[in-house]
Design a binder for this molecule. Structure first.
Ligand code: HEM
Ligand code: EMZ
Length: 384
């Protein structure tokens, strides 16, 4: 398979019945595959809730590796809205000029670094440091803190051989506990301090609530960004003319980012738990069972996207669901989009071609479905 090719794993089932069930630790989930149905179910938060047992809406389920509720991700209205109101402005900071300039400096310097080398392993030596350094801007803490996060590897709940790794998750939880205590002693301008100073419905946020926001910020924005960056490099390695097109027409960059994010869909799906007996695609969903909003499948729905399996960098209408849909839409999307826009601008200016030396694909195992979501490793050479 070409490194830039990411097949549609769900086509047959989406076209034939619109759903299919997958096993997951004795808690199966009914995957919703069509664009229209995914949007409809995402809207029905009263029937399909996020505020179930912490970890249960994630696939694979994380109920066995954490107890802290991630906020605002695992909360339903009306509380959800109060938390969003609190966080919205902070997560829009990536639109500020100063933020963009700092992010540009970071990304240009990492691209300059790799330009001088013979071989670069993109996942560990490019995407992970880029993601971690950029996160210091979002949290508004010193740049040097990124070194520690880089040492944790690409996913905070996974290690090389275990899909769900409780020991590894504890490294993150203990770290966040410590950082919260530090911020209580020495308040600063960081997100920790901002949260510790905030009130929701007249009450100060508890340490557990602050932890819930911070875990989500670390976990949700980690392998998604790493995959988006790595897969973009894979794409341009086989499409050098697209880099040239972006250099000649930088106005196309925003559309190109949306299209790459649609095509890769870094987060395959997210679950919900039925609060009562319901029906989706004329199929019964029992109370307390799980459904999964499959963003990846919806993004290849031929009823919505012309030539869904092709990357059309200047695609005009692109209602992709890669950042989710409805009230829980991705809070980190502004940050993620800035990273990718600046990355594309920088690559198109500084790099003429990228040679792939070695690639090991990361295939998500969803029982009957196998989906390529990124790479375990991708060795390339960047050429000036
Ligand atoms: C929610 C994808 C980057 C923080 C979501 C959702 C998706 C998503 C699909 C919806 C989940 C649902 O409906 O249950 C992505 C992708 C990213 C990305 C594809 C990168 C390309 C980030 C980053 C952060 C972040 C960088 C923060 C550092 C969040 C948060 C939510 C969320 C806090 C929950 C919002 C809520 O529940 O109201 N993301 N994400 N994400 N994401 Fe992201
Ligand atoms: C959860 C999730 C958030 C989950 C919006 O998505 O991202 C996953 O990578 C984490 O494992 O805990 O944060």
């Amino acid at each position: 398979m070409k490194v830039s090719e990411f097949p549609d794993a769900f086509k047959k089932e989406r076209e034939e019945k619109g759903y299919d069930s997958i096993e997951d630790q004795n808690d199966p989930a009914m995957m919703i595959l069509g664009h229209k149905d995914v949007r409809k179910c995402a809207h029905q938060w009263q029937t399909f809730q996020s505020g179930a047992k912490p970890g249960r809406i994630v696939i694979p389920s994380e109920v066995n590796i954490r107890e802290t509720r991630q906020i605002p991700f695992e909360v339903d209205p009306p509380e959800h809205k109060s938390y969003r109101n609190l966080l919205e402005a902070w997560f829009k900071r990536p639109l500020n000029e100063d933020y963009k300039n700092q992010l540009t400096t970071q990304i240009e310097s990492i691209v300059d670094e790799v330009l001088n080398k013979d071989a670069i392993e993109v996942v560990g030596d490019f995407s992970l440091p880029l993601q971690s350094r950029a996160l210091t801007l979002l949290l508004n803490i010193p740049y040097s803190e990124a070194d520690l996060w880089i040492s944790w590897g690409t996913h905070v709940f996974r290690s090389e051989d275990t899909a769900l790794d409780a020991d590894k998750a504890n490294i993150l939880y203990n770290y966040i506990d410590q950082e919260i205590d530090k911020a209580i002693e020495n308040p600063s301008e960081s997100l920790y301090s901002q949260l510790l100073n905030s009130k929701v419905n007249g009450k100060k946020l508890t340490k557990e609530e602050v932890k819930g926001v911070m875990i989500l910020t670390f976990a949700g924005g980690r392998d998604t960004v790493i995959n988006a960056v790595t897969n973009s490099i894979a794409y341009f390695s086989e499409h050098p003319n697209s880099l040239k097109a972006l250099k000649e027409n930088p106005a196309m960059i925003n559309k190109a980012v949306e299209e790459l994010v649609r095509y890769f869909t870094p987060l395959t799906q997210m679950g919900r738990v039925a609060t009562k007996d319901a029906e989706v695609c004329e199929h019964a969903v029992k109370a307390d069972s799980r459904i999964a909003l499959n963003w990846a499948s919806a993004n290849r729905d031929e009823r919505v996207f012309e030539n869904p399996n092709e990357v059309v960098l200047d695609r005009k209408v692109n209602p992709h669901l890669s950042f989710g849909f409805g009230i829980h839409n991705c809070l980190g999307a502004t940050h993620a989009r800035q990273i990718l826009r600046i990355l594309l601008a920088t690559l198109s200016k500084k790099v003429t071609s990228i040679d792939v030396l070695e690639a090991k694909e990361n295939i998500e195992d969803l029982g009957n479905f196998k989906r390529k979501v990124g790479f375990d490793s991708l060795k390339v050479q960047f050429n000036k």
